[in-house]
Design a protein around this ligand. Structure first.
Ligand SMILES: [Zn+2]
Ligand SMILES: [Zn+2]
Length: 437
């Protein structure tokens, strides 16, 4: 019995574990999607496996940039010693994976006003939140959005031909898909910085070695009986700088080690804070909803915050039920700072309300100039806690609680089949308040 429990615990740990549980195919999928997404960042096409809500977010963001007359070009290059890592957990039908890797990110902003350029360089972890299907658990009658036109149909219909766009799609076109992705500020060692350190140390070693070399040659030459040949005298000059270069390379190793230690010390408070938040939320919610995951929640919060940052028509959004008017933000790029501070969490008659502060590193365009600033937003979220979390949930493919019909929750709030008003908070978190601190 004890042995069995241990096996069960291990299996659970593996599912909810932190790191080390991403396999080769996950990494391959991550790399493929990020490559497509980075192309998209340079003005390319939307990635093939982008989920429905991610596509919606991209549309909203593009609309905003167009309105403001800005073009934002992102460029990514991988950082040294960065591995793809992540967490994963599953419910009965799906597996959720959150995988990331560190990159150097460059953002260039071109605007209509004289095309003045703005350049920002930072180090970020690029997160992909991926939903995979557990084979054999997906049924022919399950409804999905057509990857080509976005309309909802049964899987067996989609496999024939979508009635709306006449394109066939298969389960491999639907899964895995990235339901959201974001950049998080990180401290990481970059290959370029490492090479720079190596170059500086070696050059310093060579320069320091030159006087020693010259001194050795002069002292050899000034011996009363000079026994050395010309060749030996020349090598006298070079040997010390070479030794200096070797010492520089050795020093680089120590400097890099020092930097790695510094980075982990600097990252420690943020990691401790994240753990504290995770504990606070888990303690309250897991009691009601066994399917709750802090990582999934955090990803969802970042998605919603960035959606509200870019969207100017919030009263049309089903994910918003703001009791106040929010002014429009002049933000054109937003990176999650990694800091999410849970201020309060209350459960009142099945409704869970979480109030938090979330920090973003934003690029603003106020019409006169483009500048970067760290913004903290106060965010209040609500969800019906008695309904278990659905890791595959996307607003674009919402399901009516009364008749089970699927419909597009971004554009409708009433079920087209039975006319019941749809309450998103029964499925997922909705935003009750959002403001700049
Ligand atoms: Zn279609
Ligand atoms: Zn209905």
């Amino acid at each position: 019995m004890y042995e069995f429990q241990k096996q069960l615990d291990n299996a659970e740990k593996k599912l909810k574990g932190t790191g080390g549980d991403t396999d080769y195919s996950d990494k391959k999928f991550y790399e493929r999607f990020s490559a497509e997404y980075f192309e998209y960042g340079k003005g390319g096409e939307t990635p093939q496996n982008a989920g429905y809500d991610l596509r919606f977010f991209s549309e909203v963001k593009n609309k905003k940039l167009e309105k403001m007359g800005d073009r934002v070009i992102e460029r990514y290059s991988p950082s040294v010693l960065s591995e793809t890592t992540g967490i994963s957990f599953s419910d009965k039908k799906y597996i959720f994976k959150r995988i990331f890797k560190n990159f150097k990110r460059e953002v260039r902003v071109y605007n209509k006003r004289g095309g003045r350029k703005f350049l920002k360089k930072d180090k970020t972890a690029f997160y992909e939140n991926i939903v995979m299907a557990i084979p054999d658990k997906i049924k022919d009658d399950d409804k999905f959005c057509c990857p080509s036109c976005g309309n909802i149909h049964k899987l067996k219909t989609l496999e024939q031909d979508c009635p709306d766009c006449k394109t066939p799609s298969f389960i491999t076109d639907l899964f895995p898909r990235v339901i959201s992705c974001f950049n998080m500020k990180t401290r990481a060692l970059m290959l370029k910085d490492m090479l720079k350190t190596l170059l500086i140390c070696c050059l310093a070693g060579i320069i320091a070695g030159i006087p020693f070399g010259v001194f050795r040659m002069i002292s050899d030459m000034s011996m009363p009986y000079m026994t050395k040949s010309l060749n030996e005298l020349i090598s006298d000059v070079f040997i010390s700088p070479l030794q200096g270069a070797a010492a520089g390379a050795a020093a680089t190793v120590f400097i890099v080690l020092g930097q790695l230690i510094y980075i982990s010390i600097k990252n420690a408070p943020a990691a401790a804070k994240a753990n504290e938040n995770k504990k606070k939320i888990n303690e309250k919610i897991l009691e009601y909803d066994k399917n709750f995951s802090y990582e999934y929640f955090e990803s969802r919060v970042v998605y919603l915050a960035q959606l509200l940052i870019f969207c100017d028509e919030r009263d049309k959004l089903l994910v918003c039920s703001l009791g106040h008017t929010v002014r429009k933000f002049n933000i054109i790029d937003s990176v999650y700072s990694g800091s999410m501070d849970v201020k309060s969490i209350e459960i009142d008659e099945n409704i869970c309300t979480v109030e938090l502060e979330i920090s973003m590193l934003d690029i603003h365009d106020n019409g006169e100039k483009v500048f970067c600033r760290e913004d903290t937003f106060i965010m209040k979220l609500q969800k019906d806690i008695t309904k278990t979390s659905d890791i595959s949930f996307e607003v674009k493919n919402a399901v009516c609680a009364k008749c089970g019909e699927s419909f597009d929750g971004w554009n409708n709030s009433i079920c087209s089949s039975c006319q019941k008003e749809y309450h998103l908070e029964e499925n997922d978190w909705i935003v009750k308040a959002f403001m700049l601190k």
